[in-house]
Design a binder for this molecule. Sequence first.
Ligand code: 2AM
Ligand code: CA
Length: 261
Amino acid sequence: MVGSANLNIMMKAARRAGRALVKDFREVENLQVSMKGAGDFVSRADMTSETMLKEDLLGARPTYGWLGEETGGQDGEDPTRRWIVDPLDGTTNFLHGLPHWGVSIALEHKGKIVAGVVYDPAKDEMFFAEKGAGAWMNESRIRVSGRSRMIDSIFATGLPFAGRPELPDTLKELARVLPATSGVRRWGAAALDLAYVAAGRFDGYWERRLNPWDVAAGQLIVREAGGLVDTIVPDGNVVEDRTILCANEALFNNLAKLVRG
Ligand code: 2AM
Ligand code: CA
Protein backbone atom coordinates (compact mmCIF):
# COMPACT_ATOMS: atom_id res chain seq x y z
CA MET A 1 0.00 0.00 0.00
CA VAL A 2 1.23 3.50 -0.79
CA GLY A 3 0.53 5.50 2.36
CA SER A 4 0.34 9.26 2.84
CA ALA A 5 3.43 11.30 3.69
CA ASN A 6 2.31 11.35 7.33
CA LEU A 7 1.94 7.58 7.48
CA ASN A 8 5.46 7.16 6.08
CA ILE A 9 6.82 9.58 8.69
CA MET A 10 5.06 7.55 11.42
CA MET A 11 6.38 4.19 10.22
CA LYS A 12 9.92 5.49 9.82
CA ALA A 13 9.84 6.98 13.32
CA ALA A 14 8.45 3.72 14.77
CA ARG A 15 11.25 1.72 13.08
CA ARG A 16 14.01 4.00 14.40
CA ALA A 17 12.67 3.93 17.97
CA GLY A 18 12.09 0.17 17.58
CA ARG A 19 15.73 -0.45 16.66
CA ALA A 20 16.89 1.36 19.80
CA LEU A 21 14.38 -0.58 21.92
CA VAL A 22 15.51 -3.94 20.49
CA LYS A 23 19.11 -3.13 21.50
CA ASP A 24 17.96 -2.20 25.00
CA PHE A 25 15.77 -5.30 25.20
CA ARG A 26 18.80 -7.55 24.60
CA GLU A 27 20.53 -5.72 27.44
CA VAL A 28 17.52 -6.21 29.74
CA GLU A 29 17.54 -9.93 29.04
CA ASN A 30 21.14 -9.96 30.35
CA LEU A 31 20.20 -7.81 33.35
CA GLN A 32 17.55 -10.32 34.51
CA VAL A 33 20.07 -12.12 36.71
CA SER A 34 21.17 -9.01 38.53
CA MET A 35 17.65 -7.47 38.73
CA LYS A 36 19.04 -4.38 40.43
CA GLY A 37 18.91 -1.51 38.03
CA ALA A 38 16.68 -3.24 35.45
CA GLY A 39 13.72 -1.00 36.33
CA ASP A 40 15.75 2.20 35.95
CA PHE A 41 17.28 0.89 32.75
CA VAL A 42 13.84 0.23 31.27
CA SER A 43 12.57 3.68 32.34
CA ARG A 44 15.51 5.19 30.47
CA ALA A 45 14.84 3.04 27.38
CA ASP A 46 11.19 4.16 27.48
CA MET A 47 12.19 7.84 27.76
CA THR A 48 14.82 7.53 25.01
CA SER A 49 12.20 6.00 22.70
CA GLU A 50 9.83 8.93 23.31
CA THR A 51 12.62 11.46 22.76
CA MET A 52 13.48 9.84 19.41
CA LEU A 53 9.83 9.71 18.34
CA LYS A 54 9.33 13.33 19.31
CA GLU A 55 12.42 14.37 17.34
CA ASP A 56 11.22 12.54 14.25
CA LEU A 57 7.50 13.34 14.41
CA LEU A 58 7.68 16.98 15.53
CA GLY A 59 10.84 17.41 13.43
CA ALA A 60 8.83 16.49 10.33
CA ARG A 61 5.64 18.30 11.44
CA PRO A 62 6.71 21.13 13.77
CA THR A 63 3.25 22.73 13.96
CA TYR A 64 1.46 19.67 15.36
CA GLY A 65 0.61 19.19 19.04
CA TRP A 66 1.86 16.27 21.16
CA LEU A 67 0.55 13.81 23.72
CA GLY A 68 3.04 11.18 24.90
CA GLU A 69 3.00 8.83 27.88
CA GLU A 70 6.39 9.96 29.13
CA THR A 71 6.50 13.66 28.27
CA GLY A 72 2.81 14.57 28.49
CA GLY A 73 0.89 17.07 26.38
CA GLN A 74 2.04 20.09 24.44
CA ASP A 75 -0.02 22.40 22.21
CA GLY A 76 1.11 22.99 18.66
CA GLU A 77 0.75 26.05 16.45
CA ASP A 78 -1.86 24.02 14.56
CA PRO A 79 -4.59 23.32 17.14
CA THR A 80 -6.33 20.78 14.87
CA ARG A 81 -3.54 18.18 14.67
CA ARG A 82 -1.82 16.16 17.37
CA TRP A 83 0.49 13.13 17.66
CA ILE A 84 -0.61 10.65 20.36
CA VAL A 85 2.29 8.36 21.25
CA ASP A 86 3.14 5.43 23.51
CA PRO A 87 6.91 4.96 23.15
CA LEU A 88 6.80 1.53 24.84
CA ASP A 89 3.55 -0.34 25.35
CA GLY A 90 3.99 -3.49 27.41
CA THR A 91 6.73 -2.11 29.64
CA THR A 92 6.31 -4.89 32.18
CA ASN A 93 6.85 -7.54 29.48
CA PHE A 94 9.96 -5.65 28.31
CA LEU A 95 11.30 -5.54 31.87
CA HIS A 96 10.81 -9.30 32.29
CA GLY A 97 12.44 -10.21 28.99
CA LEU A 98 9.13 -11.20 27.37
CA PRO A 99 9.19 -10.30 23.65
CA HIS A 100 5.69 -8.79 23.51
CA TRP A 101 5.77 -5.00 23.50
CA GLY A 102 5.45 -2.26 20.94
CA VAL A 103 5.44 1.36 19.85
CA SER A 104 2.12 3.11 19.18
CA ILE A 105 1.71 6.31 17.14
CA ALA A 106 -1.60 7.97 16.21
CA LEU A 107 -2.36 11.14 14.32
CA GLU A 108 -5.43 13.05 15.45
CA HIS A 109 -7.09 15.66 13.23
CA LYS A 110 -10.02 17.73 14.55
CA GLY A 111 -10.61 15.27 17.37
CA LYS A 112 -10.62 12.17 15.11
CA ILE A 113 -7.82 9.64 14.68
CA VAL A 114 -6.91 9.63 10.97
CA ALA A 115 -3.80 7.41 10.97
CA GLY A 116 -2.36 4.80 13.31
CA VAL A 117 0.78 2.68 13.55
CA VAL A 118 1.45 -0.10 16.06
CA TYR A 119 4.93 -1.62 15.64
CA ASP A 120 6.21 -4.79 17.29
CA PRO A 121 9.99 -4.49 16.83
CA ALA A 122 10.88 -7.89 18.34
CA LYS A 123 8.80 -9.63 15.64
CA ASP A 124 9.20 -6.90 13.01
CA GLU A 125 5.44 -6.63 12.59
CA MET A 126 4.17 -3.21 11.50
CA PHE A 127 0.40 -2.81 11.85
CA PHE A 128 -1.02 0.36 10.32
CA ALA A 129 -4.13 2.05 8.98
CA GLU A 130 -5.36 5.30 7.58
CA LYS A 131 -8.98 6.36 7.78
CA GLY A 132 -10.79 4.94 4.76
CA ALA A 133 -7.79 3.00 3.39
CA GLY A 134 -8.04 -0.35 5.21
CA ALA A 135 -5.67 -1.98 7.67
CA TRP A 136 -2.30 -3.58 6.98
CA MET A 137 0.45 -5.68 8.55
CA ASN A 138 3.77 -5.25 6.75
CA GLU A 139 2.90 -5.90 3.05
CA SER A 140 -0.46 -7.57 3.64
CA ARG A 141 -3.99 -6.33 4.02
CA ILE A 142 -5.49 -7.54 7.33
CA ARG A 143 -9.10 -8.28 8.36
CA VAL A 144 -10.76 -9.12 11.65
CA SER A 145 -11.53 -12.82 12.13
CA GLY A 146 -14.45 -14.51 10.42
CA ARG A 147 -15.52 -16.50 13.48
CA SER A 148 -19.14 -16.20 14.50
CA ARG A 149 -19.52 -18.63 17.43
CA MET A 150 -18.44 -17.45 20.87
CA ILE A 151 -17.43 -20.97 21.87
CA ASP A 152 -14.83 -21.06 19.04
CA SER A 153 -13.45 -17.60 19.83
CA ILE A 154 -10.64 -16.24 21.98
CA PHE A 155 -10.65 -12.79 23.54
CA ALA A 156 -7.93 -10.62 24.98
CA THR A 157 -8.28 -8.48 28.08
CA GLY A 158 -6.17 -6.76 30.71
CA LEU A 159 -6.30 -7.78 34.34
CA PRO A 160 -5.88 -5.13 37.06
CA PHE A 161 -2.38 -5.28 38.53
CA ALA A 162 -0.83 -3.83 41.67
CA GLY A 163 -4.03 -3.19 43.62
CA ARG A 164 -6.00 -1.43 40.87
CA PRO A 165 -9.65 -1.00 41.94
CA GLU A 166 -11.21 -2.65 38.84
CA LEU A 167 -10.51 -6.18 40.10
CA PRO A 168 -14.06 -7.05 41.30
CA ASP A 169 -15.65 -5.82 38.02
CA THR A 170 -13.06 -7.66 35.96
CA LEU A 171 -13.53 -10.93 37.84
CA LYS A 172 -17.29 -10.75 37.24
CA GLU A 173 -16.67 -10.16 33.53
CA LEU A 174 -14.32 -13.13 33.38
CA ALA A 175 -16.86 -15.33 35.15
CA ARG A 176 -19.32 -14.53 32.35
CA VAL A 177 -16.90 -14.64 29.39
CA LEU A 178 -14.75 -17.71 30.22
CA PRO A 179 -17.48 -20.38 30.22
CA ALA A 180 -18.98 -19.08 26.95
CA THR A 181 -15.76 -18.93 24.89
CA SER A 182 -12.61 -20.75 23.86
CA GLY A 183 -10.63 -18.66 26.33
CA VAL A 184 -9.21 -15.33 27.38
CA ARG A 185 -5.62 -14.11 26.96
CA ARG A 186 -3.85 -11.45 29.07
CA TRP A 187 -0.67 -10.46 27.27
CA GLY A 188 -0.02 -7.02 28.81
CA ALA A 189 0.28 -4.73 25.79
CA ALA A 190 -3.00 -3.04 24.91
CA ALA A 191 -1.85 -1.64 21.55
CA LEU A 192 -0.81 -5.13 20.42
CA ASP A 193 -4.09 -6.62 21.68
CA LEU A 194 -5.89 -4.24 19.32
CA ALA A 195 -3.49 -4.97 16.45
CA TYR A 196 -4.10 -8.71 16.97
CA VAL A 197 -7.88 -8.22 16.82
CA ALA A 198 -7.37 -6.34 13.54
CA ALA A 199 -5.25 -9.22 12.20
CA GLY A 200 -7.88 -11.82 13.18
CA ARG A 201 -5.59 -13.44 15.77
CA PHE A 202 -7.87 -12.52 18.66
CA ASP A 203 -11.62 -12.46 17.96
CA GLY A 204 -12.17 -9.53 20.33
CA TYR A 205 -10.74 -7.56 23.24
CA TRP A 206 -11.92 -5.49 26.18
CA GLU A 207 -10.20 -3.60 28.97
CA ARG A 208 -10.70 -0.91 31.63
CA ARG A 209 -8.39 1.85 32.84
CA LEU A 210 -6.53 2.53 29.62
CA ASN A 211 -4.91 5.75 28.45
CA PRO A 212 -5.34 7.57 25.12
CA TRP A 213 -1.87 6.51 23.92
CA ASP A 214 -2.67 2.82 24.54
CA VAL A 215 -5.64 2.75 22.18
CA ALA A 216 -5.57 5.75 19.80
CA ALA A 217 -3.71 3.98 16.97
CA GLY A 218 -4.97 0.44 17.58
CA GLN A 219 -8.68 1.29 17.60
CA LEU A 220 -8.40 2.82 14.11
CA ILE A 221 -6.56 -0.28 12.87
CA VAL A 222 -9.40 -2.48 14.22
CA ARG A 223 -12.08 -0.31 12.57
CA GLU A 224 -10.22 -0.27 9.26
CA ALA A 225 -9.91 -4.07 9.49
CA GLY A 226 -13.71 -4.26 9.65
CA GLY A 227 -14.12 -4.56 13.43
CA LEU A 228 -16.57 -2.78 15.71
CA VAL A 229 -15.17 -0.68 18.56
CA ASP A 230 -17.00 0.98 21.45
CA THR A 231 -16.53 2.00 25.07
CA ILE A 232 -17.79 -0.41 27.77
CA VAL A 233 -20.61 2.02 28.62
CA PRO A 234 -21.99 2.39 25.05
CA ASP A 235 -21.33 5.30 22.69
CA GLY A 236 -18.42 6.97 24.49
CA ASN A 237 -15.24 8.39 23.01
CA VAL A 238 -12.91 5.39 22.83
CA VAL A 239 -9.71 7.47 22.98
CA GLU A 240 -10.79 9.51 26.02
CA ASP A 241 -13.01 7.11 27.96
CA ARG A 242 -10.32 4.75 29.32
CA THR A 243 -12.41 1.64 28.50
CA ILE A 244 -12.65 -0.29 25.25
CA LEU A 245 -14.57 -3.20 23.78
CA CYS A 246 -14.08 -4.54 20.25
CA ALA A 247 -14.71 -7.61 18.12
CA ASN A 248 -15.71 -8.63 14.63
CA GLU A 249 -19.27 -7.72 13.64
CA ALA A 250 -20.67 -11.20 14.22
CA LEU A 251 -19.35 -11.45 17.79
CA PHE A 252 -19.51 -7.86 19.00
CA ASN A 253 -23.01 -7.93 20.53
CA ASN A 254 -22.39 -11.26 22.23
CA LEU A 255 -19.15 -10.06 23.78
CA ALA A 256 -20.72 -6.72 24.74
CA LYS A 257 -23.60 -8.49 26.48
CA LEU A 258 -21.21 -10.63 28.56
CA VAL A 259 -18.85 -7.78 29.44
CA ARG A 260 -21.59 -5.24 30.20
CA GLY A 261 -23.46 -7.83 32.28
P1 2AM B 1 2.31 0.39 29.37
O1 2AM B 1 3.26 -0.72 29.24
O2 2AM B 1 2.45 1.40 28.28
O3 2AM B 1 2.28 1.01 30.74
C1 2AM B 1 -3.06 -2.60 29.58
O4 2AM B 1 -2.77 -3.89 30.03
C2 2AM B 1 -1.98 -1.63 29.67
O5 2AM B 1 -1.60 -1.47 31.02
C3 2AM B 1 -0.72 -2.07 28.94
O6 2AM B 1 -0.79 -1.67 27.60
C4 2AM B 1 0.40 -1.41 29.75
O7 2AM B 1 0.84 -0.22 29.13
C5 2AM B 1 -0.27 -1.01 31.05
N1 2AM B 1 0.44 -1.54 32.18
C6 2AM B 1 1.14 -0.79 33.07
N2 2AM B 1 1.65 -1.55 34.03
C7 2AM B 1 1.31 -2.84 33.78
C8 2AM B 1 1.53 -4.11 34.43
N3 2AM B 1 2.22 -4.20 35.59
N4 2AM B 1 1.04 -5.22 33.86
C9 2AM B 1 0.33 -5.13 32.72
N5 2AM B 1 0.07 -3.98 32.07
C10 2AM B 1 0.53 -2.84 32.58
CA1 CA C 1 4.01 2.90 27.76
